[in-house]
Design a protein around this ligand. Sequence first.
Ligand SMILES: Nc1ncnc2c1ncn2[C@@H]1O[C@H](COP(=O)(O)OP(=O)(O)O)[C@@H](O)[C@H]1O
Ligand SMILES: [Mg+2]
Length: 281
Amino acid sequence: MLFEQTMHTEQYVFPTDDRGRPAVIDIQNITKVYRMGDIEVPALRGVSLRVYKGEFVSIMGPSGSGKSTLLQILGALDQPSTGSYYLDGVDVAKLRDRDLATIRNRKIGFVFQSFNLLKRTSALRQVELPLLYGGGRDRTRRARAALEAVGLSQRMNHMPNELSGGQQQRVAIARAIVNDPAIVLADEPTGNLDSRSGTEVLKIFQEMNRTHGITTVVVTHDPFVARHTDRIIMLRDGVIVADQAVPDPILAGTVERPSDDSQLDNVLKDVYYAGKQEEYA
Ligand SMILES: Nc1ncnc2c1ncn2[C@@H]1O[C@H](COP(=O)(O)OP(=O)(O)O)[C@@H](O)[C@H]1O
Ligand SMILES: [Mg+2]
């Protein structure tokens, strides 16, 4: 921690939560305006958010509320129009494109809805890819360890088309964690999966978070998925309208998905359905 601090920052002091955990993500008053010809589309209208080391957070909200925009900014794929962003102590707003790419590779692991795996490339090679970029040594050993961590030691030489959807997403998670990133960002990671595979993937995220302390932010429109995380942030019209701890997160695989959304916990009745239920994607 101290090492990182002296490496990357002159004045920045890591904010901490009540447990003394430093903020991995620290955004203050972020706005994002997309311009389409003469029209300005305000996608984020003043978002402040801290995510602390070791948290497992979900971001929810109706379609068009700014979830993807926020995740792109968090992932240093895009810059905000105004506001500040410190990622693991690094002032992202000051970085040039080349440095942004470096920061992304070193500090962020991405998991996408559609897995984004290369065809005709074995699980092991996929997971080695992020390590090629940094010229890291020990690539194969580290890739094997990541695949073992997601329970795929028996599938290292399989091609994506020889793996189930859940297994493909686990390869993607191994690829996201192999670099030992400061944070893993996932956009609807169970969106393309049936419920059994979705549970398999949630189990891995939970285990990575709880056992390996990997800070994780998941965008989801699925309240059942959000109930597996420790904290739910709700966006609406480009602002955060709620930010709540989940009192008793579901342990993946121990609870059947309720057949009726109304059976979901109060935290979601209060938070998720605070607006009109039909609005939520
Ligand atoms: N590249 C873009 N150009 C113009 N408008 C955009 C662009 N991306 C998103 N928007 C607009 O910004 C708002 C937020 O979009 P988005 O972040 O994709 O929301 P969500 O992921 O919650 O559905 C929406 O009004 C959307 O139409
Ligand atoms: Mg989106």
